[in-house]
Ligand binder design. Structure first.
Ligand code: ADE
Ligand code: ZN
Length: 322
């Protein structure tokens, strides 16, 4: 059983951290019909595009600062109860603005929820601002500029997510330069829906500290060795990869190969209710379906804290807790 293990999460899209029960209560609050997207207590989607449609419909049900405070507090409390001492939240000002909030109010609501969760259960957390790739380079740059303005001290990183097959990494390098120059930690989704070339471009053009997924680097073993040598941390989300059919099953997932080759890897849930997973479940599956020992799982938690976008004093305090 991995329930007793200390955990940490670096890759979680906040709007997807809402349990379906919370999404349905938000739908009742705003009189929204979610039946096209949720049936028998589960999201209805069959590929990445329809998954993102469900994601956007659920995200639109969080409209006020208090809604986002509740969302952040709910998710962080859940993973704290599962043994997490730290969690990073991918936050998307574009989603907040399309739900009718200013980007500042969106962030303020989430920040309040993070503070409530810390006061209640001690969990430390930070925000990583997302630029949505399929909205285009201009919108990703706008997200980077917003994050670079450091509107909240709990924002410590920048990332790009969305449709990985849209455009080329080269179209987005200016956004990452803006974020990096502002001292933000850099991660990028790559090697999930697109193959090894997408990961190679991310490594060469963005020079990230971390990569979201990165798992299709396995298509090029020289690239895997390069990632290991560079010490780039992979935010691996096995449940997400199986649900989105990046790999057919957990037994064929390359996490064990990466770990064995010295690639720094961490465990994450990405969009838990969409993929029938949770941070707790990812640790349990890594043990029961992928053969990782408690010591190896603890090593992944340590890697996550060593790669966390936090100040060194906070990092030292977190590392002392595991
Ligand atoms: N798994 C994923 N890949 C890319 N963008 C996302 N946004 C939310 N989940 C995502
Ligand atoms: Zn993701």
């Amino acid at each position: 059983m991995t329930a007793k293990l200390k955990k940490a999460e670096l890759h979680l899209h906040l709007e997807a951290g809402a349990p379906i029960s919370l999404v349905l209560s938000q739908a009742a609050k705003y009189g929204a019909d979610m039946s096209p997207f949720i049936r028998d207590g589960a999201y209805v989607w069959h590929d990445f595009t329809t998954f993102i449609h469900c994601y956007d419909a659920a995200a639109a049900l969080f409209k006020t600062e208090e809604d986002f405070a509740l969302l952040a507090e709910t998710y962080l409390t859940e993973i704290s109860d599962a043994g997490a001492v730290y969690g990073e939240l991918f936050v998307s000002p574009d989603h907040g603005v399309s739900a009718g909030l200013s980007a500042q109010a969106y962030i303020a609501g989430i920040s309040e929820g993070m503070k409530r969760a810390k006061a209640k259960c001690g969990i430390e957390s930070r925000m990583v601002v997302i630029g949505v790739r399929h909205l285009g380079a201009e919108r990703v740059e706008a997200a980077a500029k917003f994050a670079a303005g450091r509107p909240d001290p709990l924002i410590t990183g920048f990332n790009m997510a969305g449709e990985e097959r849209f455009g080329k990494v080269a179209d987005f390098t200016r956004a990452f330069d803006i974020a990096r120059d502002a001292g933000l930690g850099i991660t990028i989704h790559a090697g999930e829906l697109a193959g090894a070339q997408s990961v190679r471009d991310a490594v060469d053009l963005v020079r990230p500290a971390r990569i979201g997924h990165g798992v299709r680097a396995i298509e090029d073993m020289d690239l895997v060795r390069r990632i290991a040598d560079l010490g780039i941390v992979l935010e691996v989300c096995p449940g997400s990869n199986i649900a989105l059919k990046v790999f057919p099953d957990f037994e064929s997932h390359p996490l064990r190969t990466f770990f064995g080759m010295g690639v720094k890897v961490t465990l994450n849930s990405d969009d838990p209710p969409y993929f029938d997973t949770s941070l707790a479940k990812e640790y349990e599956i890594a043990k029961t379906r992928m053969g990782f020992s408690d010591a190896e799982l603890n090593a992944m938690t340590r890697t996550a804290l060593e790669a966390a976008f936090v100040d060194e004093a906070t990092r030292a305090r977190l590392l002392a807790m595991i």
